[in-house]
Design a protein around this ligand. Structure first.
Ligand SMILES: [Zn+2]
Ligand SMILES: [Zn+2]
Length: 306
């Protein structure tokens, strides 16, 4: 299985347009050991021909251009066989609206995430210009689905969605009660090798279900949004704690680094990294701590072969 990180930052990207935190100021000026990152999206493929995107970020156009394997092979063409959505946050699905140039797109999502994006959304009409412009494929936690290429043949990959502790997107808060299908991770299986990519980019807590989702994976991508619970508060950037935003921090006694210390299966990568996170600095103590724990910090353009 080929895996290519198109974007590795949390919502807002790095640097974020309205952020003057030390990391964002530092990376703009080239004064810190860190590289800019676009918002989270990852491409996976069994054969290097048909690709599946995990999330569709607002920066999708530049992200697709950044990776030649995703360029058209004919006058009207795309190697993108499908797009999988982990949740309805705008940094994960706004990119769908940028794929409006009258070309069929297949989207895999839970019914909750689909309805949150389509119901009452006048902008979605741009993806309803012809019958079948968007084909939605329903994901149900625990059920394995074949990922298919246009025409319906198997791609060599399957996906099993895993319900993760999370929350509805900010713009839908208060509209619906929270639901277990608001936020999912993926176990993507390559049938020919049996290798599994566990992709959990938004996780509020390490539960037994989360640990099961990581079991036996050749590679784990995990929520790396915040280092500490009070990161935004301490920097004077807001009142929300990581837990209020349904992101388990990496550091601290209850953080993911400690909680997953015994779970050493395969490669482990932190992704969806907020611009305030000290692990973005290549010379920080926090970066050294995650690397000592066997983790890699995702960057745009990173490629893995599982
Ligand atoms: Zn996000
Ligand atoms: Zn910032």
């Amino acid at each position: 299985m080929r895996v290519r990180v198109l974007g590795s930052a949390a919502g807002g990207g790095f640097p974020q347009w309205n952020c003057g935190c030390p990391n964002c100021r530092g990376v703009r000026r080239g004064a810190i050991a860190a590289v800019p990152r676009t918002q989270e999206s990852v491409a996976v493929s069994a054969d290097g021909e048909a690709w599946f995107l995990l999330n569709a970020s607002p920066e999708i156009r530049g992200q697709l251009e950044s990776f030649p394997a995703l360029h058209p092979r004919g006058p009207r063409d795309s190697p993108i066989a499908g797009i999988l959505l982990t949740n309805g946050d705008l940094d994960h699905c706004l990119g769908l609206l940028s794929l409006r140039e009258s070309y069929p797109v297949t989207v895999y999502a839970t019914d909750r995430v689909r309805r949150g994006f389509t119901d009452g959304n006048v902008l979605y009409r741009t993806l309803e210009r012809f019958d079948g412009q968007v084909a939605w494929r329903s994901l149900t936690p625990g059920r394995e689905e074949a990922l298919t290429v246009p025409g319906g043949a198997p791609s060599g990959l399957t996906v099993t969605a895993v319900a993760l502790p999370g929350k509805p997107p900010v713009h839908l808060m208060g509209r619906f009660p929270p639901d277990r299908e608001d936020n999912v991770g993926f176990r993507i299986l390559e049938r020919s090798t049996g290798r599994v990519l566990a992709y959990l980019s938004g996780v509020a807590a390490v539960t037994p279900e989360v640990l099961r989702a990581l079991d036996g994976a050749a590679c784990v991508f995990f929520d790396g949004t915040f280092w500490s619970n009070d990161e935004l508060v301490a920097l004077g950037l807001g009142s929300q704690r990581a837990e209020d935003m349904a992101h388990l921090p990496i550091g601290g006694t209850g953080g993911s680094l400690a909680a997953l210390a015994d779970h050493r299966s395969g490669r482990r990568v932190y992704i969806h990294i907020n611009n305030t996170n000290p692990i973005l600095r290549e010379d920080s103590a926090e970066r050294a701590a995650v690397e000592a724990g066997g983790w890699t910090v995702a960057h745009d353009g990173m490629e893995l072969e599982l």
